[in-house]
Write a protein that binds this ligand. Structure first.
Ligand code: BGC
Length: 903
């Protein structure tokens, strides 16, 4: 092993290592610059070092109890292990561990630990704390429970939100004498609250002042979130408090909490207090603060011995909610639970005598039921809820469930513990947001921000296109459940199409409870604090992404029943909608689609034309042509019975089918003389933008739309994009498919590689990555033109976007599930290069230099594969005989036999 040894003090990092060339021991000092933030100091420090280390050893840890990589630096305790691992991507161990286990074993245990834990050391407040809570959210597809401190109540530093998938409510607020209607995923009663008091004094409220030390650790292997605190209260009393939480992955109505207090320098009387608090509102998003946020009405509170129940309902959607709580203890001999009932809160407490040095534990299991998924009496449901006997049972249960989950979602990255950790985290949150066994009981899909916060109000967007591919690889039945959410709202989509004078089905840009349009009409610009009109609803391409998800699901599963009963009907309705959106030009013989927006949300229409939308958005037209081709495919591959039945249900005629053939060859696209594909008609007339000027003025220019609007200017006037738009089609479709569609449309591209290179260069230089969905798409596009460095840079930024909250506060309002899904997809489909989008699996790896190998498993057409992909070899074991395509050649694989493919 090649270790780097560090002794970290407030002012210096003393470091030593053996020079690889001379074997001489190098010993040096790095002076911490007091004016620079710690991270910048560490980046500078790293730049002074060679790159051949595989472990870092901290020689002077100060706080071995929390973790033996804690040191004092710039006069504050920090876990330097976390900083170093995030920078060097190698394990960082403390000297005590090394002394105990030897360097090799300590490093290997830490590498394993780091890949499975999301840890935070120290007290945070404000948006940072909010975002860490989002990142440590637990859940099981049914509910999401933000990882707030259990002692906290909603305020500017903490937001203990709880959400159940599908529980929405609408409220109307009058702003500037306009009625603004908003439908929100409702923040449910807070039952994770627990705190303590000593000798009948005030309940403990968490703040930085009384906290000596705090470590929060999410163990993704087991689903257990642990917070360990050392407190020094104002009255001099010292305690250690450990709280643990775990969501039930099997009985999805339940989560469990454990709270342990240990008096360190006193004896006396203590109380632990818990609540189910119905006085909650939706207040996670600062921008929404002027809107009515009282979604819940509490009906009553009940109690019986050590159980308590709170019943509530949503104000307008009238969804009934019951939250139950049961207290227990493994070491308090007599649990005399005292209950205080108010109308909208039920508090339970236990009082006990404590002796200095001993630990006392209260366990609380919470059950949540709603009338959405539970028929019958909710009180009965809560009363008959089968609680785990002990918290340890709940943890065991969770551990077993997560073991199954991880053996299904197996993904191992060799050589980079940061990527390993964050990919596990993305998979963890994908699973928290939806689970096969749970979603089959629910009528929901995945929101853009998971079940983790209130931004975008829990709505479902085209972001499904970025996350469903991950579910397809591991839980195709889950994808089916999520597609059924769309099918169940086909009626609403038809109504919506009708309301704009169109036919077929137009799915809403933002979908919530019923499938009606939930996009806002006005959007608050946080720079000016003014409400600007919001036309994002014109992103009709959401229907294309639904069609895309249907096709992908079908292509990966061959689920004919789904196509017969639901899929084809949706596709035909979507097709009918797009037919009705086209206009035919007699002179040119071409079709146009107008009044839409592409994925680039900076362009809502043409300069000086109000509410116009755009004409011939390239992404929309290409994907429309693609969907029409798929409909043609089904029209020749399905039996006449199935076709007749589906045509009838969708009111789709033979004439319509004829039209799809004509339209899909004649939709208009525009190119300039350099073969750049215009984002929409007239794009090249827009003004270029002086990015450097704005960068100098504003620093971060990712939300260029807001900046321009604040300056009284209009982003519609400029060639500036929030995210990939024209080139999105190249992300979604296989390259040959993309060029077939272009050729179907009458645009032959002679030099395809040159076309892709030029277009990526052109649009990348005009894109500010104002959406987290931007970089990951460009990362994959960069791989196409063998710009591996750029691909890696963009991928790394996308991978860390929530971890570092790179949009400066948006993670606080919920994770970005789309980019999480897309990074997983880029790893398997493009880095490992196992492309599932064709009739056969196609293998063409591009393993990043920073990684030694990618190991993972996946399903394709009912066959399970286990892959190991290195820089020069693909090893694959299928569980069935199957043919794959390796770098263009067909290869036969035999069931349960490993095949090695060298490249
Ligand atoms: C992006 C959209 C995305 C939405 C929800 C926006 O910022 O521009 O593409 O669908 O966020 O994630």
């Amino acid at each position: 092993m090649t270790p780097l040894y560090l002794t970290v003090t407030d002012k210096h990092i003393k470091y030593s290592y053996e020079d690889q060339n001379t074997t001489a021991t190098i010993q040096q000092d790095y002076n911490i610059n007091p004016k620079l933030p710690l991270t910048d100091n560490f980046v500078n420090f790293k730049s002074k070092l060679p790159e051949y280390f595989d472990v870092i050893v901290i020689l002077n840890p100060i706080d071995v109890e929390m973790k033996d990589t804690i040191v004092s630096c710039k006069n504050q305790p920090i876990d330097i292990g976390l900083y170093m691992e995030n920078l060097f991507h190698i394990p960082t161990v403390g000297i005590h561990q090394v002394a105990k286990l030897g360097l090799k074993q300590a490093a290997s245990i830490e590498a394993e630990y780091a890949g499975w834990h999301l840890d935070y050391y120290g007290y945070e407040d404000g948006k940072t704390q909010y975002s860490q809570e989002a990142m440590q959210t637990l859940g099981n597809g049914y509910f999401g429970l933000r990882g707030a401190y259990v002692e906290s109540k909603a305020d500017k530093n903490n937001y203990p939100g709880t959400y159940v998938a599908g529980v929405y409510n609408q409220l109307t607020t009058s702003i500037n004498s306009k009625d603004i209607v908003n439908e929100d995923l409702v923040n449910l009663p807070n039952a994770q609250y627990i705190t303590f008091s000593i000798d009948d004094t005030e309940k403990f409220k968490l703040n930085g002042e009384e906290l000596e030390d705090i470590y929060r650790s999410l163990d993704m292997r087991t689903g257990l979130l642990t917070t360990t605190m050392l407190l020094q209260l104002k009255n001099g009393k010292r305690l250690k408090v450990v709280s643990r939480k775990v969501a039930d992955m099997k009985n999805y109505h339940s989560y469990s909490l454990q709270y342990t207090v240990q008096p360190l320098n006193f004896s006396g009387e203590m109380k632990i207090h818990t609540e189910i608090d119905g006085q909650v509102v939706n207040a996670n998003v600062e921008r929404y603060k002027n809107l009515d946020n009282h979604h819940l009405i509490t009906d009553k509170t009940l109690n019986d011995d050590n159980t308590a129940i709170l019943l509530a309902h949503t104000r307008h959607s009238k969804i009934n909610i019951a939250v139950g709580s049961k207290l227990d203890s493994p070491n308090l001999s007599e649990l005399n639970v005292h209950t205080d009932k108010a109308h909208d809160k039920v508090a339970q407490s236990v009082t006990f005598e404590v002796v200095e040095g001993n630990s006392y534990t209260l366990e609380k299991t919470v059950s949540v039921y709603t009338s959405l998924e539970t028929k019958g009496d909710l009180v009965e449901a809560v009363k008959s809820h089968s609680y785990h006997k002990t918290f340890a049972d709940a943890v065991n249960n969770s551990m077993e469930c997560w073991q199954d989950i991880w053996s299904n979602e197996y993904l191992e990255i060799d050589g980079d513990i940061t990527s390993q950790k964050l990919l596990h985290l993305n998979a963890f949150h994908a699973t928290v947001s939806a689970q096969q066994n749970v979603n089959r009981d629910l009528d929901v899909s995945v929101g853009a921000r998971g079940l983790h916060g209130e931004a975008y109000r829990g709505h479902v967007f085209w972001d499904e296109l970025f996350i469903l591919p991950y579910y397809n690889l591991h839980y195709p039945d889950l994808t089916k459940s999520l597609l059924m959410y769309r099918y169940n709202r086909l009626g609403a989509a038809k109504e919506y199409a009708k309301s704009t004078g169109n036919e077929g089905a137009m799915f809403p840009w933002q979908s919530g409870m019923t499938g009606d349009e939930q996009s806002q009409v006005m959007h608050l610009n946080p720079i000016t604090n003014q409400w600007d009109p919001d036309n994002s609803r014109k992103q009709r391409h959401v229907s294309l992404s639904i069609a895309y998800n249907i096709w992908n699901y079908y292509s990966m599963t061959n689920d004919e029943d789904f196509i017969r009963d639901y899929g084809l009907e949706m596709l035909l309705n979507i097709t009918k909608f797009w037919i009705s959106m086209t206009t035919y030009n007699e002179e040119t013989g071409k079709y146009s689609i107008s009044n839409v927006m592409g994925p680039d949300e900076f362009h809502e229409g043409y300069p000086d034309k109000e509410d116009s939308g755009l004409t011939n958005n390239a992404y929309t037209n290409i994907m429309t042509s693609w969907v029409f081709k798929k409909v043609e495919y089904f029209s020749t591959h399905e039996s006449q019975d199935i076709l007749d039945d589906n045509y009838k249900r969708a009111d789709f005629s033979k004439e319509d089918l004829k039209l799809t053939k004509k339209i899909r060859h004649n939709l208009e696209l525009e190119f300039n003389k350099d073969e750049i594909l215009a984002q929409f008609d007239g794009y090249f007339d827009l003004k270029p933008i002086d990015f450097d000027y704005y960068r100098r003025q504003y620093g971060d220019i990712s939300r260029m739309d807001r900046i321009l609007k604040a300056e009284g200017d209009n982003p519609d006037d400029y060639q500036v994009a929030k995210q990939a738009d024209s080139l999105m089609a190249l992300y979604a479709l296989r390259e040959p498919t993309f060029f077939h569609i272009m050729s179907d449309l009458g645009y032959e591209i002679p030099d395809k590689h040159d076309f892709i290179t030029k277009n990526i260069e052109y649009y990348l230089s005009r894109t500010t990555h104002g959406s987290t969905l931007s970089r990951i798409v460009y990362a994959m596009l960069a791989l196409k033109v063998n710009n591996n460095d750029l691909a890696w840079k963009l991928f790394s930024q996308a991978l860390t976007s929530d971890y570092y909250d790179i949009q400066g506060g948006t993670t606080a309002e919920g994770i970005h599930l789309g980019v999480m899904g897309a990074t997983l997809n880029v790893v398997t489909c493009f880095f490992a290069g196992i492309d599932y989008r064709g009739p056969e699996l196609e293998i063409d790896p591009h393993v990043p230099d920073a990684w030694q190998s990618i190991k993972f498993n996946m399903s394709f057409k009912g066959t399970r594969f286990y892959f190991t992909v290195t820089h020069d070899q693909v090893r694959v074991i299928p569980d069935d005989d199957i043919v794959v395509v390796f770098k263009g050649d067909k290869v036969q694989l035999d069931a349960h036999k490993e095949k090695m493919l060298n490249y």
